[in-house]
Unconditional design. Structure first.
Length: 242
């Protein structure tokens, strides 16, 4: 997964720096021996023009008092920490314990979301893809970063990175291997390209040994990455993974 990890930047620090100097984001190269040091691609150390433009506009709106900084932070915090991937995990766990719900989820994800109280912006056209022993689905947005926000929260930085967006379709098996997911050659990999109209959620396989767990305990196992398709679910609670 290190292949797609970008340098984390605090949102407020990013906003402040973006309007003063893009050069402020030049980062030190990774130390020899670190996981980043083995990468063969160059980090994008300066934010894209679009990102800079968005941040500059945001900063101006805040400075002019047209937008409340606290309100912006509250919205971002909701998607980052409160919604996160927990809504998606609830749907997955429900599908694992309730076959009828799973059928409805695969047929009409929007309706199945509404059943458990989920429906909001950018969640109108979500399609759920079921992983199995011989089929593995993985989601990308080759154009930008389309993502099912209402059920997965904000997309991870690597999901928006050029290497992931380009290589996921060219060499999905190799990309998954870099995420630590080595699939057997006889497993078909299906890559789905999200758009503004259709966003995908992977229904991962229920892990072996989880038969005794409650729906709530099952939901705690489901990671964000497993619902993008770059990981499988195991018996390690999502919150205890790095
Ligand atoms: Fe997109």
């Amino acid at each position: 997964m290190a292949e797609f990890e970008a340098v984390p930047v605090d949102r407020r620090g990013f906003l402040k720096g973006a309007v003063s100097s893009a050069a402020a984001f030049v980062v030190e190269p990774p130390a020899a021996g670190s996981s980043d040091a083995v990468q063969d691609h160059t980090h994008q150390v300066v934010p894209s023009d679009l990102t800079l433009r968005v941040k500059a506009i945001e900063s101006l709106l805040v400075d002019k008092g047209l937008v409340d900084r606290a309100a912006l932070d509250a919205i971002v915090d909701a998607f980052e920490t409160k919604i996160g991937p927990r809504n998606g995990a609830r749907m997955v766990a429900r599908a694992w314990v309730d076959a009828a719900y799973k059928t409805r989820l695969l047929r009409d994800a929007t309706g199945a979301m509404a059943e458990i109280g989920l429906a909001s912006y950018q969640g109108e056209d979500i399609v759920v893809l079921e992983n199995g022993p011989k089929v593995h689905n993985v989601v990308v947005c080759t154009l930008c970063s389309c993502y099912p926000w209402p059920i997965l929260g904000l997309p991870p930085v690597w999901y928006k990175s050029a290497p992931y967006r380009s290589r996921a379709v060219i060499d999905p098996r190799g990309v998954l291997r870099e995420f630590g997911l080595a699939l057997a050659d006889d497993v078909e990999i299906r890559v789905w390209d999200s758009t503004a109209e259709i966003r995908y959620l992977v229904l991962p396989e229920r892990p072996a040994g989880s038969e005794h767990l409650t729906e709530e305990a099952l939901a705690a196992l489901v990671t964000r990455d497993s619902m993008i398709g770059t990981a499988k679910v195991d018996l390690t609670p999502a919150g205890e993974r790095r």
